[in-house]
Design a binder for this molecule. Structure first.
Ligand code: NAP
Length: 239
């Protein structure tokens, strides 16, 4: 059996990844988010608010029977409040760091504590962003969380190499601009707070936003054959 733990399966990219994985009868998927939209005999829902530090810290990965492969996809993320620094609220800053960076780091650590001694293939994918590589005004916290996620993943990959854990793979993979509710939220911001808003409105109007189903297929290809991917940090556009 292949086991997949995916955060943010209620909609968007995470929902598309989970739904496609469920087409394979060898796959068992656990989705962790605040709400659920998937009903399937091989899907388990764990209600979890990733902004709740205690909930994330205290949740334990389960014992698994007959595992052939075990995967963690830290997909859930929030754009957070879109304002220039100096106009942000402290609570919004803390929440975005918790959901986008602290929660994936804690879940990865718990995953490794639980499963890394089992000698089956394990794959950790952190859903990253181009915003972690280039500054975008109004998104300073989002950019910083994704840059942090990239560096956490790079360091993890280094540690796995030093420990000679060849059965465990770690990647941080950016999805490109995708037609999800996150993009809707971005388009609702103001040009006073985000100078590039018109570019994002144009992406939608000129059909440049990718379909989450097609993007999910790229993530599935990494989960299927991780040994084909030599880089730790890349974009689905590179696949
Ligand atoms: N869309 C893009 O253009 C784009 C570009 C670059 C990177 N990304 C990244 O791709 C990932 C997925 O984004 P998306 O576009 O698919 O976003 P989305 O459509 O807004 O979906 C976000 C998912 O995350 C979950 N989530 C949000 N806050 C949560 C919380 N506090 N606790 C638990 N789950 C939470 C949501 O579930 P609940 O609301 O049910 O909790 C939902 O399932 C994110 O990491 C995002 O940063 C997206």
């Amino acid at each position: 059996m292949n086991y997949f733990f995916i955060t943010g399966t209620s909609r968007g990219i995470g929902n598309a990844i989970a739904t496609q994985l469920l087409a394979n009868p060898k796959n068992q998927v656990t989705g962790l988010s605040r709400t659920n939209s998937i009903s399937h005999e091989r899907f388990s829902f764990v209600e979890m608010d990733l902004s709740d530090e205690a909930r994330v810290k205290n949740w334990n990965f389960p014992e698994l029977k007959n595992a052939d492969k075990i995967c963690l996809v830290n997909n859930a993320g929030i754009i957070g409040a879109i304002y220039h620094a100096g106009k942000l609220e402290a609570d919004d800053i803390a929440k975005a760091y918790q959901v986008n960076l602290v929660a994936p780091t804690v879940l990865t650590n718990s995953f490794l504590k639980k499963y890394s001694s089992i000698s089956v293939k394990q794959i950790i994918i952190n859903v990253s962003s181009g915003a972690g590589k280039n500054p975008i005004d109004g998104w300073s916290v989002y950019c910083a969380t994704k840059a942090g996620l990239d560096m956490f993943t790079r360091t993890l990959a280094e540690e796995l190499k030093i420990a000679d854990k060849k059965h465990i793979y770690a990647f941080a993979v950016a999805p490109g601009v995708v037609d999800t509710s996150m993009q809707e939220e971005i388009r609702k911001s103001s040009s006073n707070d985000f100078s590039r808003i018109q570019t994002f409105i144009d992406y939608k109007n000129s059909h440049q936003l990718a379909n989450p189903i097609l993007i999910a297929e790229k993530y599935l290809s990494i989960l299927e054959l991780p040994e084909q991917f030599k880089d730790v940090i890349f974009s689905v556009k590179d696949i």
